[in-house]
Design a protein around this ligand. Sequence first.
Ligand SMILES: C[S@@+](CC[C@H](N)C(=O)[O-])C[C@H]1O[C@@H](n2cnc3c(N)ncnc32)[C@H](O)[C@@H]1O
Length: 279
Amino acid sequence: MIEPLQDLINSLLSYAGERLAGVSEGMQLGPVIGDARGMALAEFLLGGGRNGVLEILERDDGFLSVTDMARYFLPIQQWRTTHVWACDQARGRILDLGAGAGTHSLHLQDRGLRVTALDTSPFSIEVCRARGVQETFLGTTSELRERSPEPFDTVMLLGSGVGFLWSREAGKAFLEELSNQLRPSGRVIAEEYSDVRTLDFAVGSMKPVQERLIRSNSKCGQEIGFAKYRYRHLSIATDWFDWIHPEISYALEVFESAGFEVIDAIEEDCLYALVAEKR
Ligand SMILES: C[S@@+](CC[C@H](N)C(=O)[O-])C[C@H]1O[C@@H](n2cnc3c(N)ncnc32)[C@H](O)[C@@H]1O
């Protein structure tokens, strides 16, 4: 077994052990807060992709979505068009923000581009390293800037990356922070799906579930497509976090408000991808 995978196994076992050891007899049971999604990615990698690990994403309206982790390790031939198109728009020095399994970073690295895979999930960063991503950073973008201020030409926000703009205010602040890390005319490439557009493609009882979320957003004065989420894996859960799956018009407005111009975009079913250039 290659060394990075052995390290990953060791850290996975000790992580799970330490987290779960806190639950002793007589204590109230419930999920232990931790890096659930990163752990699922790591377990999938360690099982060589044969072990059927699932991603469980819980939305605060009670909706659970379940995805085979294999989806995050697919070769480019099986990617959605929006992901392929987004990677084709990348140039220069690249920051893959929220890199997850590192699949896009590896693809860009193989094309000879210099990529930093950044994630706040420790296991995701271990997975990126074990798969061969050469430059990784565990932490936030502002922590990276403190450590190494060399600017980027491209920031990638793939796999529902517009979700980082979960409110107009938070989105503007997030993009202004990214702008500080970009060279003049640097670009942000983002990919997302729209909860509203899912209504056109939803089958069976999925449609009323999505309609209920959208009605609830309107009633509560929230942006359409906003919800709180958390990932689950075994008895580990992440903290709840704010996220949004908005229509492309919302993304365009937030990018504009933060000093970016959206210079290109494509749409496919309920998915879209866009390139925004720093003005
Ligand atoms: C929806 S996943 C997308 C993963 C990957 N880009 C893909 O396309 O499969 C979002 C990723 O962002 C990471 N993340 C969430 N908040 C973050 C933050 N503030 N800074 C960096 N990464 C973050 C999560 O750990 C997760 O790996």
